[in-house]
Design a protein around this ligand. Structure first.
Ligand code: WT7
Length: 666
């Protein structure tokens, strides 16, 4: 469809005036039907905040020991929810569905890279998780221990997370695209006693190493806490094996009993740590609590995704990101749904893979990232054969978007070509720290505006304030905050409570507002939110979050590099692209030499952090634009990266001549 070419380019939904109402048939059957139902829930939360959350916690979860305390604010901002209650996440995701007579329902449909399909029922998954949990216990792994999971997308990856939850071990999943060094830092920071991995992972028809990277990470030192490396055999590829430390998953679990009494933990017990980038310093270990996290994972499945027993849910994220935690490993299982677990990539064997897979399995709810949509639009325009019109997508009833702003053009394409103008699109704004959706349409209630994540979920007190923490009127941009704690919020940064306070509850905003790190604006008439982008030095490349400082540190760790500054620049496909300005210890390279060195530095960053952090563009200068006091003027670099003329005031700039040099791409 030519829509994407004829529409004027829009970055976000600020000027958007198209409105799409929920289809009446959808609204009629929805879990939240109509705006009055939405408003009633919001009013309930405002009237009796604790009562509202207590009701949801009782409705969504089975408690081994019921809670009497709902919210404890005595040590704010270290909030506690349902703290005298006890439960087990794995019990809530597995046992209770079996107890309710749904043991034979399919829990997971594993779609391998090569298209092979494996189905696992709730009863089978329960048995696998119990055996896995017993295997972990047999190695002395116990409640409170940390276990790092460095795995491909697989049934075993989900089972590993669930097995940790079952025994009360806190998992920390590290995305398989991170380098040995990044993995080592996370193992070290978490003090993990074990690493669960696979020999290799299959992506796009090619095996990629996992176990070899674990070996390398552990070889870097600082991981003395690790006693066991548990290896799932995925490809059978050749790997090194260290007797005493390494054990095959099948050898660990095969003779274990298929029952494992869950370890009942306090609601505040850390379910997982997930590392994410901030504007400064090393990645932060975002710590989530069992009760509050699971409650919101389940509730948002019902509200945002309108999940029903007959649905087939597919979230295309990786378990290495928070989306894969909340909407693969926990949420769908907590509500007893059937879901696809997808190993492959959207472009293999061709760029029709997503649409073909929806058609093949009859997916009803599909949740993916704008970057994937934008790249598949390009692919479909370039090759008729992979255009979604070739596939039967009539099973779809709801679409979702996550991870970055979706531009109205991509939204419209998604709406027309995938949803065939009958599926609502939920543009879900949230973060690793928030544990689940925060601002999103409810598909059977909220009128949709392309490019806007619309309104906060009931109970989420999102607002826009100025730098002093004062409310700004609708129509004015400002800082996105959440004014009250909510159950699925992060509890702290692992091992660094001070950083938790300063990063998320800054004194400037009064110390009580959660600072999301994004800018936002509300529509004058509707109050709808549009996210305008990060207000800190965090980049969002293909929905992957990265700190500019991390990339700069990686660059200056190279022996040739004297100084580096990294900024984001808008990119048609990936949303933002990484642009690095580099000063070498030697003379500024030009021409072929500059190309060669840029390639070398890109590879270097890939080794230091992971391929996702490789700069798209590297420009060399004799220096960087600095103020007289030596501060790098990043705002100028952002303008240069975009290729725009500098119109800002540069009177404080010490070395204006440098701007000309940095204009050029090497
Ligand atoms: C950052 C969080 C959400 C889980 C996956 C990413 C951006 C996320 C949206 C959206 C506009 C969005 C924000 C946020 N973001 N969703 N629907 N519209 N921006 O989690 O890695 O913690 O990144 O992603 O900038 O702060 P994350």
């Amino acid at each position: 469809m030519a829509e994407t070419e004829t529409q004027p380019q829009q970055q976000n939904g600020l000027q958007e005036n198209r409105v799409f109402l929920p289809p009446p048939a959808f609204a009629a059957q929805a879990n939240v039907s109509g705006m009055d139902a939405y408003k009633a829930l919001c009013e309930e939360a405002e009237r009796d905040y604790e009562g509202f959350w207590a009701r949801l916690a009782r409705e969504n979860l089975d408690w081994h020991k019921p809670f009497t305390s709902v919210l404890d604010e005595s040590n704010a901002p270290f909030y506690k929810w349902f703290q005298d209650g006890q439960l087990n996440a794995s019990y809530n995701c597995l046992d209770r569905h079996i107890n309710n007579g749904n043991g034979d329902k399919t829990a997971l449909i594993f779609e391998a890279d090569d298209g092979a399909v494996t189905r696992v029922t709730y009863r089978e998954l329960h048995e696998r998780v119990c055996k896995f949990a017993n295997g972990l216990k047999s190695r002395g792994i116990k409640k409170g221990d940390r276990v790092v999971i460095y795995m491909s997308m697989s049934v075993e990856g989900v089972a590993a997370m669930q097995a940790c939850a079952r025994i009360g071990a806190t998992h920390s999943v590290v995305f398989g695209g991170f380098s040995a060094k990044s993995l080592q830092e996370r193992i070290n920071d978490a003090g993990a006693v074990a690493v669960i991995t696979a020999d290799e992972q299959m992506r796009g028809g090619k095996p990629l190493p996992l176990k070899a990277i674990v070996d390398e990470a552990l070889g870097l030192g600082g991981c003395d806490s690790v006693r066991d490396v548990i290896v799932y055999r995925r490809t059978g590829g050749n790997i090194a094996f260290y007797e005493g430390r390494d054990i095959w998953l099948h050898d660990l679990v095969d003779n274990q009993p298929g029952q494992c009494e869950p370890e009942w933990v306090d609601a505040e017990h850390p379910l997982f740590i997930l590392y994410t980038s901030g504007s400064t310093g090393t990645p932060k270990g975002v710590q989530h609590a069992t009760g509050g996290f699971l409650l919101w994972a389940a509730q948002t499945m019902k509200w945002t995704f309108d999940i029903k027993p007959q649905d087939l849910f597919w979230c295309t994220a990786d378990i290495g990101w928070v989306t894969g935690h909340t909407y693969i490993a926990y949420g769908p299982l907590a509500v007893g749904a059937t879901q696809i677990v997808f190993e492959g990539v959207p472009t293999y064997p061709n760029a029709g893979r997503f649409w073909q897979t929806i058609d093949k399995h009859k997916v009803s709810i599909f949740y993916t990232a704008p970057t994937a949509i934008r790249s598949l639009i390009k692919a479909a325009n370039a090759d008729e054969n992979v255009h979604p019109k070739n596939y039967d997508l009539s099973s779809l009833r709801l679409l979702g978007s996550v991870g970055e702003p979706i531009n109205p053009e991509a939204w419209m394409w998604y709406y027309r070509n995938i949803g065939r103008e009958k599926c609502p699109i939920v543009d879900t704004f949230w973060q690793t720290e928030t544990g689940g959706h925060m601002i999103t349409p409810l598909p059977g209630a909220t009128p949709l505006v392309p490019g806007s994540c619309t309104l906060p979920l009931p109970g989420i007190m999102a607002a826009i304030v100025d730098e002093a923490g004062q409310d700004v009127p609708n129509g004015n941009g400002g800082i996105l905050v959440v004014k009250r704690p909510w159950p699925s919020m992060l509890r702290t940064i692992w091992g660094n409570p001070e950083r938790f306070k300063t990063a998320y509850f800054p004194d400037e905003l009064g110390g009580r507002y959660y600072l999301a790190g994004d800018g936002a604006i509300r529509n004058k008439d509707t109050g709808y939110f549009t996210i305008t982008g990060r207000i800190d030095d965090v980049l969002n490349v293909s929905g992957h979050r990265m700190g500019t400082m991390e990339i700069e540190s990686a660059l200056v760790a190279h022996e040739m590099v004297a100084e580096a500054a990294v900024v984001g620049k808008p990119d048609d496909t990936t949303g933002e692209a990484i642009c690095a300005f580099v000063v070498l210890k030697r003379a500024r390279p030009t021409g072929e030499e500059a190309k060669k060195l840029a390639a070398e530095l890109r590879t270097w960053v890939g080794k230091e952090i992971g391929p996702i952090a490789k700069p798209k563009e590297i420009r060399f200068g004799d220096n960087l634009p600095k103020t007289r006091s030596g501060k790098i003027m990043r705002r100028l670099l952002r303008v240069l990266a975009k290729g725009e003329q500098i119109t800002q005031d540069i009177s404080t700039l010490e070395n204006p001549a440098i701007l000309e040099q940095l204009r050029e791409t090497s």
